[in-house]
Each structure stands twice: as structure tokens, then as C-alpha cells.
Design a protein around this ligand. Structure first.
Ligand code: NAP
Length: 253
């Protein structure tokens, strides 16, 4: 792989695990200086340690995407540390407890919306605020194939939040392409992280379930999702604006 992000400064939210960790490693592996954000110091510091072990440059900022002040501090700290913010991957998300609509606790609904949807808005507000005053930038949001593209029973809060991330991404892209900020989304299908494991399910159980549920016959690797994120963040996609790129092995084809 080349060094598409040499000289770039990148923020990744939800960078302490799964797709976010793989994204942070991917950007750093191609030359970016990466700020890894998440609500717990331990996991994001672990991501930083992995990146440094691979010869990359990264540092951590403890920040919860549901807190506007944390998102402001995340962008401020990034710029203080590295002098810029060029790219953001707004990836933090939670699955919530699968529940039929009739039994959904409004507090659980609100929490999923707060993290998955409002978290993306709060992050983008700060990122756009900096980028439009400093020559532009690129933002990639993580949506899901559950939401705008497809639905599953029991997933009302998650699906509604992710469909809204798709819509928010497109509106934000229209709002800010004139400021030189290119905004897109990636919508993964079931990916090899703890999020895609059902309660009590082993990796082998998941593989057996997805062998028939996914046309491609398997779970996605985090790298397969990150490949799409990096492409949308790179100059190779310079005319792609407001797109929501589904990477789901054909589930919603
Ligand atoms: P994951 O392994 O559970 O990682 C999610 C990350 O988000 C964790 O590092 C978590 O931090 C962080 N996070 C949770 N709440 C946060 C908050 N309030 N503020 C900041 N960070 C927060 O899940 P993943 O599979 O990598 O998912 C990443 C994204 O992909 C999510 O948006 C998810 O909805 C989406 N996605 C995943 C799949 C899949 O099958 N895995 C499919 C479609 C879409 P802690 O660990 O410290 O709590």
C-alpha cells in the first residue's frame, strides 16, 4: 500500500476497538498522524501502542461523542498537538439491546440515538468549524447496512439512528462541499468485531449464521471496511460527495 496520508492529521472516534482501531492503524500505516478518541483511556492507549509498535504516529484523547464539550476539546487538542485537522472518521457507535418496538424503553432508544446520531453531529460541528476556516478537509461517517439500506426486527433504535446518519451525511455534504469539505459515509455489514456477535455466540457460531445470511458467505474483515474508509478519505475519491458506500457482501444488494 502507498502512503496516501503523508502529512495529514486524522481523528478517529471509537478508536479503541474494532473498525475504529483498524481505521486508526490504516491511516497511520499510510503516513498520517492520528488522534484516537474514545470514552475509555485504556483501550485508546492500547490502539496508540499498537500504532507506535508499527512505526506510526498517534496519540489518544479521552472523549465521549455524546458530549459537545468533549468534541470541542478533541478538535482543539488535535490542532494543538499536530497543528491541523485534515480528516475525520466519525466511527463511534453502539448496537443497543435488540428489542421489539412495543417493548422499547425510551431511555434505551435515546441512548442509542445520542451515541450513534447526535455523536456524529457533535463531532462534525467541531470538525467542520475547524476545517472550513483552514482550507477544507474530508469527513467519513460510519453508518450501517442496517438503517437506510436494510432493516432487521428488534433493531428500531439502531436502524433509525444509522438511517439518520446516512441522511445527515448527505445533508452535511451539501452544506459544506462549498467550504472545501468532502463528506461521505461507509455502511458496513456484519464485520469481524464484538458488535456482530449475538449474545453468547462464538466466532464459529457467527460464521455458520453468516454463511447463509450473507451472499458473500462470511463476515467482513475490519480491513475490508477500512479499505473503503481510506478510499473515501483519499484524493482517489476527490469527486465523491455525499455518498454512502455499502460494504456488506451483498446483503442489501
Ligand atoms: P466496537 O468494536 O464495539 O467498537 C465501537 C467503539 O466505539 C468502541 O471503541 C467504543 O469504545 C466506542 N464508543 C462507544 N460509545 C462511545 C462514545 N459515547 N463515545 C466515543 N466512543 C464510543 O464496534 P465496531 O464493530 O468496531 O463498530 C464501529 C462502527 O461500525 C459503529 O458505528 C457501528 O455501528 C458500525 N458498524 C459495525 C458493524 C459490525 O458488524 N461490526 C456493522 C455495521 C456498522 P469503548 O470500547 O471504550 O466503549
Amino acid at each position: 500500500m502507498g502512503r496516501r496520508f503523508e502529512g495529514k492529521v486524522v481523528v478517529v472516534t471509537g478508536g479503541g476497538a474494532g473498525i475504529g482501531r483498524a481505521s486508526a492503524r490504516g491511516f497511520a500505516g499510510e503516513g498520517a498522524r492520528v488522534v484516537v478518541a474514545g470514552p475509555r483511556g485504556e483501550s485508546i492507549e492500547e490502539t496508540v501502542g499498537i500504532i507506535e509498535g508499527e512505526g506510526g504516529v498517534a496519540s489518544a484523547v479521552v472523549a465521549d461523542v455524546t458530549r459537545a464539550e468533549d468534541m470541542a476539546r478533541l478538535v482543539r487538542t488535535t490542532v494543538e498537538r499536530y497543528g491541523a485537522l485534515h480528516i475525520a472518521h466519525n466511527n463511534a457507535g453502539i448496537f443497543g439491546k435488540p428489542t421489539p418496538v412495543g417493548d422499547l424503553d425510551p431511555a434505551d432508544w435515546q441512548h442509542v440515538l445520542d451515541v450513534n446520531l447526535t455523536g456524529v453531529l457533535l463531532a462534525m460541528r467541531e470538525e467542520v468549524g475547524h476545517m472550513r476556516a483552514h482550507g477544507g478537509g474530508v469527513i467519513v461517517n460510519t453508518a450501517s447496512n442496517i438503517g437506510y439500506h436494510g432493516r432487521r426486527p428488534g433493531m428500531a433504535a439502531y436502524a433509525a439512528s444509522k438511517a439518520a446518519v446516512s441522511a445527515l451525511t448527505k445533508v452535511a455534504a451539501l452544506d459544506h462541499i462549498g467550504d472545501g469539505i468532502r463528506i461521505n459515509a461507509v455502511s458496513p455489514g456484519a464485520t469481524d468485531t464484538t458488535m456482530s456477535l449475538r449474545p453468547g455466540e462464538s466466532d464459529a457460531d457467527r460464521a455458520a449464521r453468516l454463511a447463509t445470511a450473507v451472499p458473500a458467505g462470511r463476515v467482513a474483515s475490519t480491513q475490508e471496511i477500512v479499505n473503503a474508509v481510506l478510499w473515501l478519505a483519499s484524493e482517489e475519491s476527490s469527486f465523491v460527495v455525499g455518498h454512502d458506500l455499502v460494504v456488506d457482501g451483498g446483503v442489501t444488494a
